[in-house]
Design a protein. Sequence first.
Lengths: 413, 476
Amino acid sequence: MTWTIARKEILSNLLSYKFFIVLLLMVLLVATSLFIMHRDFRQRMDDYQVVRPKPGDPIALVAPNPMSIFAKGLDDAMTRSFEVRAIGIDVRAGQSSGNIIYSYFPAPDFLYVVRVVLSLVALLFGFDQVSREREQGTLKLVLGSSVSRAKVLAGKWIGNFLSLAVPFLLVTLLASALLMFDSNVQFSAGQLGRLAFILVLSLFYLGFFLSLGILVSTLTKRAATSVVVLLFAWSLLVFIIPNLGTLLARQFVSVPSVRALTEKRQQTWTREILLSLKDRDWEKHVRTISSENDQLEQDYRLKFERLVRLSQNINRISPAASFLDASSEIAGTGIGEESRLKQEVVRYKDSIIDKIIAARRDGDGQYPAFTYAPRSLPEIFAGGALFDTAWLIFFNILSFALAYVAFIRYDVR
Amino acid sequence: MLKSIIAKEIRANILSFRFLASFALLFVIVTVTSLVLTGDYLRRQDEYSQRQADLGVYLKNYAHFNRIGNILQPAQPPIPFQTLVRGLTAEVNLEQFNDDPLPVIFPLIDLTFIVTILVSLMALILSYDAVSGEKEDGTLKLMLANGMSRSHIILGKFAGGLLTLLVPFLLSVAAGMLIILLHPRVTWSGADWGALGLILLGAALYIAVFYLIGILISSVHRSSSSSIMTSLFVWVLLVLVVPNLSPYVASFLSPTPSRIKVAREVGRLYDTDRDDLGRKLAAESRREVLRQYPVLEERLTEDEVKKRVAEDPEYRTAYEAARAANQKAWDEANRIQGAKGKVLEDDLRQKEEAQTGLARSISMASPMADFTYLATELSSTGMQNMLHVGRLAGVWNRVFYSEYQPRKIADLKAKDPTADVWNTAIDMTDSPRFRYTEEGLGGRMGAAWGAFAVLAVYIVALFAAAYMAFIRYDVR
């Protein structure tokens, strides 16, 4: 019986105007986003090929991550070039820092499309499921033919989920397959696995919004009311809670601003160089610069990590934040990965600072290359992605269970 | 007649669930946001004064002219308007080691964000069934049968709906302002009030655009349920897609050379290439000098040279001519390489400006981007303000490097003629500091009027389109 209802849902969806709009939006956005982000990736890859350090350069630079086509995250920050110098680390950013419009609006990557637009689409699939059938009188008929309410609800959920998930997966897989034709974009088997995992997470995320839609539609008498409630719930979950949460966390954890840190670093090195001119002990002072910078960095990182943890915990009220955190970490472009990369850069600096100091005496130095191995999946999961995944599943179950309870108590008259 | 339609619209809206839900949500979010942003502003203010104190200590003990450019850099203090609009002041600084990546993942929430996303959504929620809903209820037939003109109906609907949305919006902003101004450390100036007024005017235009989009779509559709679908589709494209795509599209249409590459290239031009050229030019001029003063041919150690310069006036002239020639050769090398580097840097800057301009123009097709630009420009947190800070920094640079620095150096030389003026610590607490003053309201308006104009054009075009669609609407 469940399957009959699911089939009926799919068929009625196929004929509806809603489905047409949704399909249009999905194809348009997923395709455009992958196309645009692919071009962006290739451009950054070209840049990388040009500025790649020569063997022996004391420069830490990692290649753009092809997963950034799907989850841009902090890849711009991670692919900066970090040049180790005696007086500190010289940082150079890529193109996007030259065009200020980038900083006005978030990047339209695949995660953005799923998190913001497709969640709305999933709500639209659910918002009138129960109230419309009641308004049309078909709900009475279905229940009158002694089908259990659980089966009706499950059928509705499965039917609508399939009408959402199948086109979504088709479009995404097709567009991703097209990406594979470009020889510049090479996904390793592990990255394909990660991509599959991100798709699974996306389905969980969309499933939650579908259940939420059905839940609200059983709690409200009219579809028009349901849509209002859902749109507000959506804007709260997707935009307001995550964005306000980060700001709120800053009230509790005081983290020095980038500007303050930069000023401190500048003051340290200029002071030490000045002092070195007086006592002629350049080496000692350069070492002081290095250790003071490390101290500053360590202090900052401790505070910043506390801020990130707190803001993540606040944001977890919203599954959108859980989804974003987990997916970007799995893609290798999340906050955790970025701060680990910076930690490695500092470690690299500490390992070659002696050689750099010696190079002033002995002429040009040759330095070992910087190598960076991104975290493995188990490490990422242990670092919070597992919790976020479980949390997302919990949200799914919760919203479906609530929808079930609400539907059981629903007055079909 | 128009008045009674407006009054009816307002009454119908005020009693509706969607209006009450919008009002409650807006009120809570605006007040919470102003509370949080005020706290953030105060925190930043404290940090700013701490930084100034640290700088004072440094200037007293370690300031020296060789590296003062690294220390005294124009830093903008937090401004009171950041309690409402954050604009570009979020600390995403990719040029520094400790960039702050959080705002990249989760953009900050402020008044601009609330208006562009939340209020525009509310405008659509209130207007998506303006015409199709009345048709479904059958009231549209009755109205038209009573001899009301269609133009009155649509104008009344627009005016009534806009008013019902503007009042809760303004009330919420007023509550937010109250929270901000109750804090004794926030000082709100006259220009700030002017800017706030203009931003609210812009918000009203923005809301009107989306209200009209809702009316237009509802008078194209037969049923409200398909009208809401189309409305949301258009909303998603205008608010969530077009602005975000614009910089990427612009970067393909108008590419810029790689920043890292240019920086490397310029570094090489100034460093190794300059040294090579300098050595070559210096060797050439030395040959020239040797031909003129054969005395210099003799190979001497440093001490012998010193001795001979002191004793032999002829040798001294030759020595000085050689030094001058050498200096000239290196100056020439610096000039040539500097000009080459400048060409690259200018080219990069020009292309980046062209790309930014293109991205901005593309994004201005979206009313969301228009409002974002006008709000950030008017609150001095936008691109115009960055230019303004650049201009102020230019003035300060002139005062510091052409007035203060020569004076201080002269003082130092008068005290101790042999001192190394570049690397001696000098108490610079009396130096002119960079003072930030906000640009006048006129200048800010100059940067924002384009966005106002686009919104106004949108309103006129949408109203005309809605009117045309409604005239042709089949009320049966």
